[in-house]
Design a binder for this molecule. Structure first.
Ligand code: NAG
Length: 393
């Protein structure tokens, strides 16, 4: 009898442990319980900040829940560092920026995460209400720069899933100084003529993956700035927009390089560019290397394949138009479709730093159902398989 454990005791002990597990289970902060109103006009900024402060301070996994509705928000700075490394923000709602562009116009970004680790953003529509600012810019008046809709800076282990960004004032999503960021099922939508409304911009970041995303906008669908490494993009639909662009690089004399970038399975429809690498025509220690563009379909794209090392707006500050940026090991594999201009493949590299080890493999691009043209300057490389237009490397 002495050694015998009573089944009742065992049951009581397991109930005790089970309940303590339940007590330590994720906490949920519903922004509506904290004073937010989904009526599209009440300023809910404070309730979102309260939810963030509590989730950030909590040691157990936390969920911030935004139920259906339209929530009007001014700038929200989701600042870390946090005690918490598992914060889920689940959004069943539309978040609405102020329509008066002067409210956010000079504040950098609207929804800004910085110095956080382990944040997941799931669902949600972000309405940047950028049309007023675009019109201001088009009229040539003095206008504020505009705000990025969603920014992650100096953060690690970020997931963005099923998010929609509409009509951002400036860039839609920016990833800056981050490690290990995964975005999937992202939708970006803005007018094809909207200025500087890049879909997703990545710089100074490593381990960024962008999957299954659809981007229609007025500037680059995805732009890749200095210091982006180990970047993977797969199943991307782009257009309207300016394509997927590495650059502009080499603006600064001293600049981090771009390396190990893969674009796999992408469709470009009516875009200005398909896959582009672009650098300023000026001195820099920057570089772009180990780049793979694989399985792309071009539908009526103005510059399907392009390297342009002569970027110099207003022709200022580019002595001799010689880019210092070294471009090497760039592979174009299985790229086909139609070009909207005669020159479908253009490698316009730096006279001081020719592009090297450029590889074309199974590329077939047509112009008005005829053979298109290729143009090379200061570009060296190889081609294999069927390559049309005939390689000029
Ligand atoms: C290149 O980046 C991918 C992720 O996109 C990563 O899995 C791979 O290890 C990287 N390769 C090198 C050599 O760093």
């Amino acid at each position: 009898m002495g050694n015998h454990r009573s089944p009742l005791l065992v049951a009581l002990v397991s109930v005790f442990f089970y309940s303590s597990v339940v007590l330590a289970a994720p906490v949920t902060y519903n922004v509506v319980s904290l004073g937010a109103k989904g009526d599209g006009k009440t300023d809910s900024t404070r309730a979102f900040l309260t939810a963030w402060t509590q989730a950030c301070a909590s040691v157990s996994p936390a969920t911030i829940y935004v139920p259906a509705g339209r929530f009007y928000l001014r700038k929200v700075a989701f600042n870390g560092p946090c005690k918490n490394t598992a914060i889920l923000i689940r959004i069943d709602a539309t978040l609405v920026a102020p329509s008066d562009y002067n409210v956010l116009g000079n504040s950098g970004s609207w929804l800004a995460f910085s110095h956080v680790k382990g944040v997941t953003l799931s669902g949600g529509i972000l309405d940047g209400q950028g049309t007023g600012l675009w019109a201001c810019k088009a009229s040539g008046k003095g206008c504020p720069t505009g705000a990025t809709t969603l920014e992650f800076s100096n953060s690690n282990n970020i997931v963005v899933s099923g998010l929609t960004s509409l009509n951002s004032q400036m860039f839609h999503i920016v990833v800056n100084g981050c490690q290990n960021v995964k975005m999937q099922g992202v939708k970006v939508s803005a007018d094809g003529n909207s200025p500087n409304t890049d879909g997703i911009h990545v710089q100074l970041s490593s381990g960024v993956t962008i999957l299954n995303s659809n981007i229609r906008t007025g500037d680059d669908c995805i732009s890749i700035g200095p210091g982006a490494t180990n970047l993977w993009m797969e199943n991307i639909a782009c257009g309207p927009g300016h394509g997927i662009s590495i650059g502009s690089l080499g603006k600064d004399a001293n600049e981090a390089g771009v390396q190990n970038v893969t674009v796999k399975t992408a469709t470009f429809t009516g875009t200005q560019n398909g896959v582009r690498i672009k650098s300023w025509g000026r001195a820099s220690n920057g570089f772009a290397r180990n780049i793979l563009f694989q399985h792309a379909v071009m539908v009526n794209v103005q510059n399907p394949i392009v390297i342009d090392q002569n970027y110099c707006p207003d022709n200022k500050g580019c002595p001799g138009q010689v880019s210092g940026v070294k471009i090497s090991d760039v592979t174009y594999q299985d790229i086909h479709g139609s070009s909207a201009t005669e020159v479908a493949v253009k490698f316009d590299c730096s006279p001081g730093n020719p592009c090297s080890r450029i590889r074309l493999e199974n590329v077939k691009l047509t112009y008005q159902n005829q053979v298109a043209a290729a143009s090379c300057s200061h570009a060296v490389g190889t081609s294999s398989g069927l390559v049309q237009p005939t390689s000029c490397l």
